[in-house]
Design a protein around this ligand. Structure first.
Ligand code: HEM
Length: 282
């Protein structure tokens, strides 16, 4: 059984039509396997997180450190709701729960698309755009962590900026998969009856449509595993404080000082301005 299903077009050409939906199970089981292996590794084998001794006195850190603005939190939960709606409407019919899913699906798709456009504008012009992209310090620290893991001599890593490298890498992967489902999904709306575009199934040839459905499906099943991993980390006891910050907006001062470097993520006098200010004063 292949990854892609093919059909013969009216002109006798063999064209891809969509992914093989057995991939739903492959990615769901793959995601589950990751969670189990990670939980066992953390419980029985992982060493305690180690950071270099903190060299910065941070006398002005407030008791509650602002991490996510209200606008950012509202975006996150709206995006999460639309993502769940998309996964449920896309995959339940494929595993045997039949209902007229297409309308609910494209409406949730439009909500996701609009929320992502909003997020791109918000992050580019109003948030610290660079805080979510890996920087030189992240790469040096990752290399040092790897060396220490292998038993080699290397300095302890610094505390994190606003986001650890793992979060930044996850954001990069979800960005690519998210853009893939959105861009293909918007075009796929021309294949079905929607209130937004006039239907035009002749916009592309059979091969292009087929490849588009395959990319949409591949990114879609990828999101099953990615969302499972995201929820797993969100409910892990040691990370739950971060999940709470996505509800209430703040982190406790003790957590901030233990995990974050005030020089890389400056939060003083109640404000939470990321590395932008730290870099400007460096
Ligand atoms: C979590 C994100 C998403 C997932 C998991 C997902 C998954 C899927 C799957 C599995 C299909 C069936 C494809 C097939 O039969 O080959 C589908 C169809 C469709 N998707 Fe999505 N999708 C997502 C996001 C979106 C977005 C953002 C849009 C629109 C902006 C969208 C619009 C559509 C449309 C219009 C169809 C119906 C195509 C048809 O029946 O001809 N999807 N989606």
């Amino acid at each position: 059984m292949g990854v892609v299903e093919f059909a013969t077009s009216p002109w006798g050409q063999t064209v891809p039509i969509h992914i093989s939906f057995v991939l739903i199970w492959v990615f769901a089981i793959g995601g589950l396997a990751f969670l189990i292996v990670h939980a066992i590794w953390l419980r029985y084998f992982a060493r305690k997180e180690e950071f270099e001794a903190s060299g910065t006195a941070a006398p002005n850190v407030p008791a509650k450190v602002a991490r996510h603005s209200l606008a950012a939190r509202l975006f996150h939960w709206l995006m999460a709701a639309s993502m769940f709606a998309l996964l449920i409407t896309a995959f339940l019919p494929k595993v045997g729960v039949q209902f007229p899913w297409v309308t609910y699906h494209w409406i949730a798709g439009v909500v996701l698309t609009v929320s992502i456009i909003y997020h791109i504008i918000h992050a580019t012009f109003f948030m610290d755009f660079w805080s979510i992209w890996p920087d030189k310090a992240d790469l040096e620290d990752a290399s040092n962590r790897m060396k220490r893991f292998m038993g080699q001599d290397a300095p302890a890593p610094r505390r994190f900026a606003k986001y650890p490298l793992e979060n930044k890498m996850y954001h990069g992967v979800i960005l690519l998969t998210g853009l893939a489902v959105i861009l293909t999904g918007v075009f796929m709306m021309f294949r079905v009856k929607t209130a937004i575009f006039p239907r035009n199934p002749y916009l592309f040839g059979d091969m292009t449509w087929g490849l588009m459905y395959v990319l949409h499906g591949l990114a879609g099943v990828g999101l099953i595993a990615l969302i499972m991993v995201h929820i797993y980390f969100a409910v892990r006891p040691e990370k739950f404080v971060l999940t709470k910050s996505m509800v209430f907006g703040t982190l406790p001062k003790e957590y901030y000082l233990e995990h974050h470097d005030p020089e890389r993520w400056a939060v003083e006098n109640g404000s939470s301005e990321s590395s932008k200010r730290a870099k400007a004063s460096a």
